[in-house]
Design a protein around this ligand. Structure first.
Ligand SMILES: [Zn+2]
Length: 328
């Protein structure tokens, strides 16, 4: 049988344990497993959103399959191809619907894979993210494989709620619990991956504790674009007329999915100007107007957090920043 490999994506050093921050004890334990030369047949990586369980599990899988010294060299064929999703001996099971991973998904994606011996590498690894959505039948199907250890098959379950996994499944797994990263650890992880220090510290603080969100914000250019927009609103809107202020709405609405972060940045812009003015810096806008601007942002945030109408909340904020009220 011939298999076609398509190389996409790139391998970077941050994909191995060197790029992981926090959870030092757990990483040490995995490193010891690697140096011991034999891994267990099933693992549960358990932790809330943003604890990095996917990063850690993927780094572990990469190190297990590495053709180098066993620490994920990022240079060998296995390391290079793993991230692309085309690794012949690593499969990631995903649900055919968004709500759950059913027994058919496990059978179609994992069983057919596990029926074969490893194609080229030492282990045959099945990674299942959002394992808390596995149905009981799907978990029982996996349990059967766990009960017949092959010596090369490894199942990795990534779960945000360990209570969603059957006790019979858990009893067969090495359970690894991940803790939330501190802001400093998250900022360090972002800087390691190439984020500018300013972006790293902001994104670590305002990503709701999720390393995934922080990475997307800090490393995709979103941070810079949002920062520029927030700065422009804080700079120009206080002096704009009503039409000018409302014209800004469309640009804000383009960031609807990340509106709380944009508003956090906007709040900081007003805060910085208030601090600057108090410290004696010249500003064409009065201190009272700057406070009004910051207060308008706070109100918009509270309104949206309370499921207020998006357009009404943002337009009321923009009008308040330019010195008008919705009652005028
Ligand atoms: Zn390697």
């Amino acid at each position: 049988m011939y298999r076609l490999f398509i190389f996409v994506g790139r391998c970077v050093v941050s994909d191995n344990f060197d790029g992981v921050r926090g959870n030092a004890g757990l990483i040490d334990r995995l490193r010891q497993t690697l140096s011991g030369g034999f891994a267990g047949g099933a693992y549960v990586f358990c932790g809330g959103e943003g604890t990095g369980k996917k990063t850690v599990a993927e780094a572990f899988a990469k190190a297990l399959q590495c053709e180098g010294d066993g620490s994920a060299c990022c240079a060998c064929l296995s390391c290079r191809v793993l991230k692309s999703g085309n690794h012949p001996d690593v499969v990631r099971v995903i649900g055919s619907n968004k709500k759950s991973i059913g027994v058919e998904d496990v059978r179609d994606q994992a069983y057919s894979f596990m029926c074969l011996k490893p194609f080229r590498y030492r282990y045959q690894i099945v990674i299942i993210d959002k394992a808390e959505t596995l149905t009981p039948n799907a978990q029982n199907a996996l349990l059967k494989k766990m009960e017949e250890p092959s010596g090369y098959g490894i199942i990795m379950l990534l779960a945000s709620r360990i209570g969603a996994l059957l006790p019979t499944v858990l009893s067969r797994c090495v359970v690894l619990r991940l803790n939330q990263l501190s802001e400093a650890e998250m900022a360090e992880a972002l800087t390691f991956e190439g984020a500018k220090p300013e972006a790293a510290s902001f994104c670590a603080k305002y990503s709701g504790g999720s390393l995934g969100i922080a990475k997307r914000l800090a490393l995709t250019g979103d941070f810079e674009q949002m920062r520029l927009l927030a700065s422009e609103i804080a700079e120009r809107t206080p002096e704009a007329d009503i039409l000018g202020a409302l014209a800004m709405y469309r640009r804000v609405a383009a960031w609807k999915e990340q509106i709380q972060r944009l508003l956090d940045m906007l709040y900081l812009c007003f805060h910085d100007r208030i601090v600057g003015r108090c410290a004696g810096q010249k500003d064409k806008i009065s201190l009272a107007r700057l406070f009004d601007g910051a207060e308008a942002v706070r109100r918009a945030k509270a309104s949206l957090e309370g499921n207020g109408n998006f357009q009404m909340s943002i337009e009321a904020m923009l009008l308040a920043i330019c010195g008008r009220s919705v009652n005028q």
